[in-house]
Design a protein around this ligand. Structure first.
Ligand code: PLP
Length: 458
């Protein structure tokens, strides 16, 4: 971190001018920001020339890493010169948007009928909530509106999507969740299971909890269930075997839609194109963002099945308009870049590469399980979590007031790894281009940071 910034330094100007998301403002004022100035491959560099392995691909998004890809800059430049702005409102369209929609429909894990673009994961999920309301009104079921997500799920930060998000800091003092948004059991076997409960039995219990919640609320009032295939920002939580099979049986029984939030898992993260394929989800709606453009441009997409689309179409037709859309949703420059990103993924066989490096990363991280601080190592493909504990044998976490998670974050940073410590879990979601050797370098640095943290604790 920057030491006592000079008054006109970028750090001092930053502290004076920006309110930072997901940041403790007091820590920012005391220490200043880390100003990242450039990147190449899986590496980024700060103002002082220190280099870091980006263990989280920025915010789980830069699949292609941080090198300036000439082709992507060219795609943006060419599109700006040809048509710098247009939109799909009022029966207009542009070719990059049409191309991208077609590509996504061709890639979808289950047959999907239509794509609606926006600029962020939050907007895509917010749009899903709105269209689900519209859909049920169209079907003459105005009472079927409640939405269920999971404790520790992450779906965004708008009023509605922060309500879906099942994390205390996204609700606290924001007066959330909104009414009609409910949370069910978090499918994390390691902490959620009772003594001797197998992962499969725990999955059954999670599905029974969901069933009981829907029954208690009245199935005629419950519209949809939102789920990330692997829960990312909640601490990288991988569902137990049979979980989604059992959950989907409950949803079918009560005619509740499934929305797969693929904002992190989409585009190769879990070893398949979609997390839905890795875990057997058959969603009615699907949202994606982040790796859709490898973080080069803000773009997200919502896909709808034909069965969801038809009543929306009929109702909007009756009304005369679908009264929803963002000025920058499906921006032609963002779509042009995303089209080129998807082409690069294909040409470089990046999803196959990720499916090969993923098991190596999982195996290397699992070697950390012997460390005195490490409690559980979990993950799939190129997404993983390493959780630390005060007492491994008793699965006893550190008291938050001890600040061990924050200390671990500082030690990781000093050892040249940028990632996020979520509670007591180090999250890993490196660029998909990472090599076995770079995984090894990252894990070696993490091991050193764990040693530093152990020494700090004592
Ligand atoms: N859904 C998931 C699974 C996410 O991880 C995120 C962001 O991390 C979002 C939605 C929200 O996306 P955004 O930050 O682009 O609004």
């Amino acid at each position: 971190m920057t030491q006592v910034p000079r008054p006109n330094s970028a750090a001092a100007r930053d502290v004076r001018s920006q309110l930072h998301p997901y940041t403790n403002p007091l820590a920012l004022e005391a220490d200043g920001p880390v100003i990242v100035t450039r990147g190449d491959g899986v590496w980024v560099e700060d103002e002082a020339g220190e280099r870091y392995i980006e263990g989280l691909a920025g915010l789980w998004c830069t699949a292609l890493g941080f090198s300036a890809e000439e082709r992507l800059a060219r795609a943006a430049y060419d599109q700006m010169r040809a048509l710098s702005f247009y939109h799909p409102f009022g029966q207009k369209a542009h070719v990059p948007g049409i191309d991208l929609a077609e590509k996504l429909l061709a890639m979808a894990p289950v047959p999907m009928s239509k794509v609606l673009f926006s600029t962020s994961g939050s907007e895509a999920n917010d749009t899903a909530i709105k269209l689900i309301r519209f859909y049920n009104n169209a079907l003459g079921r105005p009472e079927k509106k409640k939405i269920i997500s999971r404790i520790k799920g992450y779906h965004g930060v708008t009023l509605a999507t922060a309500s879906l998000t099942g994390l205390p800091n996204n609700h606290r003092d924001f007066d959330l969740p909104l009414p009609g948004i409910l949370h069910t059991t978090c499918p994390h076997h390691y902490h959620g299971a009772v003594e001797g409960e197998s992962p499969e039995a725990f999955a059954t219990r999670c599905a029974e909890d969901l069933d009981a919640l829907i029954e208690a609320e009245g199935p005629e009032t419950v519209a949809a269930f939102f789920a990330e295939p692997v829960m990312g920002a909640g601490g990288v939580l991988v569902p137990p075997p049979t979980y989604f099979e059992k959950i989907q049986a409950v949803l079918k029984k009560h005619d509740v839609l499934l929305v797969a939030d693929e904002v992190i898992c989409g585009f190769g993260r879990t070893g398949n194109v979609w997390g839905s394929q890795t875990f057997g989800l058959q969603p009615d709606l699907l949202t994606c963002a982040k790796q859709l453009s490898s973080g080069y441009m803000p773009v997200s997409a919502l896909m709808l099945s034909e069965a969801v689309y038809q009543p929306i179409r009929d109702n909007a037709g009756r009304i005369g308009i679908l009264g929803h859309g963002y000025t920058y949703g499906g921006h032609p420059v963002a779509c042009a870049v995303a089209n080129e990103v998807l082409t690069i993924y294909e040409e470089r066989e990046l999803f196959a590469h990720a499916a090969t490096v993923g098991p190596h990363m999982q195996a290397r991280l699992r070697t950390l399980a012997d460390h005195p601080l490490v409690d559980e190592v979990r993950g799939v493909g190129l997404i993983a979590g390493v959780e630390i504990a005060r007492d491994k044998a008793k699965r006893q976490p550190f008291e938050p007031a001890q600040g061990v998670g924050a200390a671990l974050g500082r030690h990781l940073h000093r050892r040249g790894v940028i990632t996020r410590v979520i509670g007591d879990t180090i999250a890993f979601s490196p660029p998909l281009i990472i090599t076995d050797e770079e995984v090894d370098a990252m894990v070696e640095r993490v091991a050193l940071a764990l040693d530093d943290t152990l020494a700090w604790c004592r």
